[in-house]
Design a protein around this ligand. Structure first.
Ligand SMILES: [Zn+2]
Ligand SMILES: [Zn+2]
Length: 305
């Protein structure tokens, strides 16, 4: 695994995210360009874009991802929400290209009130509309698999591959896999057989048969819960073994692996999660009793519900 990373804050300006990533010794980072729960899109001055690119180039950090707003619903049948979603996605994609980042991660949205087929068609249609209005650049749009709650779109390989097929343009879109979402959507990834099967299914759904990024999160709730609640790596219902397999899977060697795990007042939690990641990535054989792993996991607070 080459690119362990963390979702970091941009408080104080976009370029401060690079400093945060450096202070955590990350090889990759992910950011929101603005509050992920508001529609208002900030004006980012050109100097800030230049500062971000300069700092990134100097930092030794590899891939940077932007996570799009959670309010965007590409599958909506409501014309007002569609227009807002289009505009929010367009703005984030333009800014991501300006920042020179490699991926813009998007939860496709909700198929509420529609058949899966209609939702896929609507979602692909909106994404194509936006794509036509955003010049080619460094940033690919990465659709993220979802946790399967409600009618979220993108919970299984069938929906994802239907979306990618309908969108076309394989050069401009890709897949981001989230381990917590896989597990919450009911995929058994803790056993060797389960791991192999689930990976084969999801990889064959992706353009180029590989994901472009991973979100490395454990799950607060049991398998199939449908609940999108992340917890610390190795500490939740997924447990450390899956992550060991993931970090030793050569197919994902070039993927940014971003932690979206719970944070505290300081960066202590991020550091502990990164140390669990590096212990697991360094183990030749999986050993749950590795004293370093045991103590890193013990420092990570309460076990999940
Ligand atoms: Zn995620
Ligand atoms: Zn999530």
């Amino acid at each position: 695994m080459s690119f362990p990373g963390v979702h970091v804050s941009i408080q104080g300006g976009l370029s401060t995210a690079i400093d945060r990533g450096m202070s955590l010794d990350c090889s990759a980072i992910q950011i929101f360009t603005h509050s992920s729960r508001t529609w208002a899109f900030p004006t980012v001055p050109d100097e800030e874009v230049v500062r971000f690119r300069t700092e990134h180039a100097r930092s030794g950090i590899g891939p940077v991802l932007v996570h799009a707003s959670y309010l965007i619903n590409t599958a909506t049948a409501d014309p007002v929400l569609r227009e807002k979603s289009c505009e929010a996605l367009r703005q984030d994609w333009l800014l991501s290209n300006s920042l020179g980042v490699s991926g813009l991660v998007l939860h496709p949205g909700s198929a509420a009130g529609q058949t899966g087929k209609d939702a896929v068609r609507r979602s692909a249609d909106l994404i194509c509309d936006v794509m036509d209005r955003v010049p080619h650049g460094s940033t690919r749009l990465l659709l993220e698999n979802t946790a399967g709650g409600g009618k979220t779109l993108g919970r299984n390989p069938e929906e994802l591959s239907a979306l990618f097929e309908e969108i076309g343009s394989p050069g401009r879109v890709g897949l981001c896999l989230d381990s917590c979402h896989l597990f919450a959507a009911g995929y058994e990834i803790r056993t060797d057989d389960g791991y192999d099967q689930v990976m084969a299914e999801f990889l064959s759904a992706a353009p180029g048969n590989r994901p472009d990024a991973w979100h490395v999160n454990d799950a607060m709730f049991a398998i199939g819960s449908g609940r999108d609640r992340h917890t610390h790596v190795g500490k939740g219902h997924i447990g450390p073994r899956f992550f060991w397999s993931l970090f030793h899977d050569a197919r994902f060697g070039a993927c940014p692996m971003i932690l979206e795990t719970p944070k505290g007042e300081t960066d202590r939690e991020d550091r502990l999660n990164l140390s669990v990641v590096s212990i697991l990535a360094g183990q030749k054989h999986f050993d749950e009793c590795d004293p370093a792993l045991v103590s890193a996991l013990e420092s990570l607070g309460e076990p999940p519900v």
